[in-house]
Design a protein around this ligand. Structure first.
Ligand code: HEM
Length: 237
């Protein structure tokens, strides 16, 4: 059994976290600059990703590693479906398709589902822990930036079944420390988590062009000039 997988993941992905926080789209987002079409596209990409990830986890729920990390209360697919209807209407299914970077991400998830399902843990960690952390702040920004009410259009960030996020994250970290993997597999999970960060980064980088069109190059340059210190390099909770 690998000791401290939670700490290995946190420390092993700090640089990736800082890198994704410093992508133009994220920097603008944090500063309150959110364009509705870009945000809808961002969520539509995530709809495809979470659908694939959650189906893969469900199919392997009895796998010795996956079963320890099986928390269906995290599932985002249904929430994203609500958001898709909000932005694209009842016919949303025919309105959206995975972007090129999303397709690469989906191919990787499919590969893991068939070949090395234990590495799906690296993807689940990267997305869900992020959604429960910085994601909560992003929800508030999107809500006010897009003048939305409640969780309309931001259901994705609403974990209805998890009232105490901090307590849940502690439980999730404890579960990570209890997964039955050796050190080599633990290292592969950390590497996969870094790859998940990279795939997420590519997905948001793709949206930069449309964001620049919406807000203008000058504004974009102003908002993205400075480099932020990474949140996971400073935060401790
Ligand atoms: C600009 C946007 C972001 C901000 C401001 C942000 C902020 C934060 C903060 C403050 C934490 C620390 C929470 C804690 O220690 O409990 C955190 C943790 C985390 N974030 Fe982000 N984040 C952002 C984007 C992302 C993205 C895009 C991802 C992945 C795709 C991500 C993945 C994670 C993960 C996995 C953790 C957990 C680290 C750990 O404790 O193991 N974050 N984020």
């Amino acid at each position: 059994m690998s000791i401290n997988l939670a700490a290995k993941l946190r420390i092993g992905t700090q640089k990736s976290h800082t890198a994704v926080e410093n992508v133009g789209f994220m920097k603008c987002f944090v500063k309150g600059v959110v364009d509705k079409d870009c945000f809808a596209k961002f969520l539509s990409n995530l709809y495809f990703i979470y659908s694939a990830l959650e189906k893969g986890i469900e199919n392997h729920r009895n796998h010795p590693v996956i079963e320890v990390m099986y928390f269906p209360e995290l599932n985002r697919q249904a929430a994203l479906e609500k958001d898709m209807e909000f932005y694209y209407g009842k016919q949303w299914r025919s309105q959206i398709k995975p972007s090129p970077a999303t397709q690469i991400y989906l191919n990787r998830l499919q590969e893991l589902v068939t070949q090395t399902p234990e590495l799906l843990i690296g993807h689940a960690y990267t997305r869900y822990m992020g959604d429960l952390s910085g994601g909560q702040m992003l929800q508030a920004i999107a809500q006010s930036g897009l003048k939305l009410t409640g969780f309309q259009g931001t259901s994705f960030y609403n974990f209805e079944q998890i009232s105490d996020k901090k307590a849940f994250k502690d439980k999730y970290r404890q579960a990570l420390d209890a997964v039955p993997v050796d050190d080599a597999t633990a290292a592969n999970i950390v590497a996969e988590s870094n790859y998940a960060f990279q795939l997420n980064m590519q997905m948001v980088q793709e949206l930069e062009g449309s964001l620049i069109k919406a807000i203008g190059q000058v504004m974009f340059n102003t908002l993205t000039r400075s480099h932020s210190v990474g949140s996971t390099e400073v935060a401790t909770s």
